[in-house]
Ligand binder design. Structure first.
Ligand code: CA
Ligand code: CA
Length: 374
C-alpha cells in the first residue's frame, strides 16, 4: 500500500519533542528526550507511601500497600484511605473483583467488600496462612497465593480449600481461559488445567527461577523475572519462554498491565515501559515519575496507574501515546499525520512500534484506538 501525495513531516527529533513542536512551538526543543509523549501525575493522598497493588472497577480505582487500601473516584487524581473492616497494617498485596464484590489480600488474609471498597469484611476461613501474595478471580473461582501454596474459593471467599503447590512460596497468578499460571520464589512457573488439582512446571527458556508478576494479554503470557533477568514471554501457554529485549532493560519486573492492545511493564528500578507489538519493542514512559521502582500497574478507563515503592500512585493518560495532534481524541486528523509521514521515519510520533518505519503496523495501532477520547 502506498500513499502518494502526502509530504513526510517527520524530523529526526525524538518522539516527544517532534510531537510537541507540531502541536505548539519552540519551547519543547530544549526537552529532547527519547521517551514517548505524556507525563505522569502524582495521585494526591498517596505522597510518600509504599504502594504494591492496583485495581480499577466500575469507575473506582483501588491502590494498596504498607498502610492498607485506598480508593479513588476521580480517575486516580486523588485517593483516600479505605480500611473500614480491613487490614491497615500489613501490606495489601493484591486486588480482584467479580460481579458482586471487590477483594483484597494482605498480610492478614483476604477481605471482601460489597460496596466497592467503602467497607470490608474478613474472608479467610480455610486459609492455612494469612500472609498472601496475590489474588485472582476467574470464571466462578477465586484464587489466592502465598508462602504455603495456592488456595481456591468457589463461594466468593466464604470458604477456602488448598489448591496445590503446598509449601511452595507462590508470588503471582494469572489465567488464560481456564488454564492457570503461577510464578514462584525459586521454583519457576507452574501451570494447571484442572483449577489447581495438579500443577506442572513450565520452565523451557526461563533463566529466572523467581517471578513476582505474571500477566496474560490475549493468549500471550508475560512474566517478570528476578534481578539480572527481565521480562519473559510465552505464546504457547507456557511451554516455552523467551527473554525479551527490544529496549527493555535487564532487571526485576514486578507489575504488568494491558488493555488488550498495549502491554505495559514495570521495572523495580527503571520505571515503566510499553509495547504496542506484543513485546517486541519497548519505549520508556517515565517523565514525571519520581520513583522508578514499580510494584504494580493497572489500566482502567483509559488511565494507566503505577504503584511505586516509596512515592505512592501516579497516573498517565494512555491516549497520550496514540493521539498525534494533541486534541485528546484519536481520529481523522491523527490519520492524516500518520499517512503524511508514511515510510522510513526515525523517532517519529506516529512510529508507535518504534521500528523506524511508519507502516501498516502503526496504522493498525491507530485504528485500534479509533474514536476514543480522553
Ligand atoms: Ca487526535
Ligand atoms: Ca512503525
Amino acid at each position: 500500500m502506498r500513499y502518494i501525495g502526502f509530504a513526510r513531516t517527520c524530523s529526526s527529533l525524538p518522539r516527544c519533542a517532534a510531537r510537541a513542536l507540531s502541536a505548539a512551538a519552540v519551547i519543547a526543543v530544549a526537552m529532547t528526550t527519547t521517551q514517548a509523549c505524556g507525563q505522569w501525575q502524582a495521585s494526591a493522598g498517596t505522597s510518600g507511601l509504599n504502594m504494591q497493588s492496583l485495581l480499577g472497577r466500575n469507575g473506582v480505582n483501588f491502590a494498596g500497600g504498607a498502610s492498607g487500601a485506598y480508593r479513588s473516584t476521580n480517575d486516580a487524581a486523588s485517593f483516600t484511605a479505605s480500611n473500614s473492616g480491613n487490614d491497615a497494617v500489613g501490606p495489601t498485596r493484591g486486588f480482584a473483583q467479580d460481579r458482586n464484590y471487590v477483594y483484597t489480600c494482605t498480610s492478614q488474609g483476604v477481605f471482601r467488600s460489597a460496596d466497592n471498597g467503602l467497607t470490608w469484611i474478613s474472608r479467610s476461613n480455610g486459609l492455612s496462612s494469612l500472609l498472601t501474595s496475590g489474588i485472582m478471580q476467574v470464571q466462578s473461582h477465586l484464587f489466592v497465593v502465598g508462602p504455603v501454596g495456592v488456595f481456591r474459593s468457589d463461594n466468593q471467599g466464604d470458604t477456602w480449600t488448598a489448591a496445590g503447590l503446598a509449601g511452595t512460596d507462590v508470588r503471582c497468578i494469572t489465567a488464560i481461559g481456564s488454564t492457570l499460571f503461577v510464578g514462584t520464589s525459586n521454583l519457576g512457573i507452574y501451570r494447571s488445567t484442572d483449577w489447581g488439582a495438579s500443577w506442572t512446571a513450565t520452565s523451557g527458556g526461563l533463566s529466572s527461577t523467581s517471578f513476582r508478576a505474571i500477566e496474560a494479554k490475549g493468549t500471550t503470557l508475560f512474566a517478570g523475572g528476578q534481578i539480572g533477568t527481565g521480562v519473559f514471554r510465552s505464546t504457547d501457554l507456557g511451554a516455552s519462554w523467551t527473554l525479551l529485549g527490544g529496549g527493555l532493560p535487564v532487571g526485576s519486573y514486578r507489575g504488568f498491565a494491558t488493555d488488550g492492545r498495549i502491554i505495559v511493564a514495570g521495572s523495580f528500578t527503571a520505571g515503566v515501559f510499553y509495547s504496542v507489538d506484543n513485546g517486541n519493542r519497548w519505549t520508556a514512559i517515565n517523565t514525571g515519575l519520581t520513583d522508578l521502582s514499580i510494584f504494580d500497574l493497572e489500566i482502567h478507563q483509559g488511565t494507566l496507574t503505577a504503584a511505586t515503592n516509596t512515592q505512592g500512585v501516579f497516573r498517565f493518560k494512555l491516549l497520550n501515546l496514540i493521539d498525534l495532534d494533541g486534541d485528546r481524541c484519536v481520529g481523522a486528523s491523527d490519520l492524516t499525520v500518520l499517512l503524511g509521514s508514511w515510510g522510513p521515519c526515525v523517532n517519529c510520533p506516529a512510529d508507535y512500534d518504534g521500528d523506524g518505519v511508519i507502516g501498516a503496523s502503526d496504522l493498525a495501532v491507530l485504528l485500534s484506538y479509533w474514536g476514543q477520547c480522553g
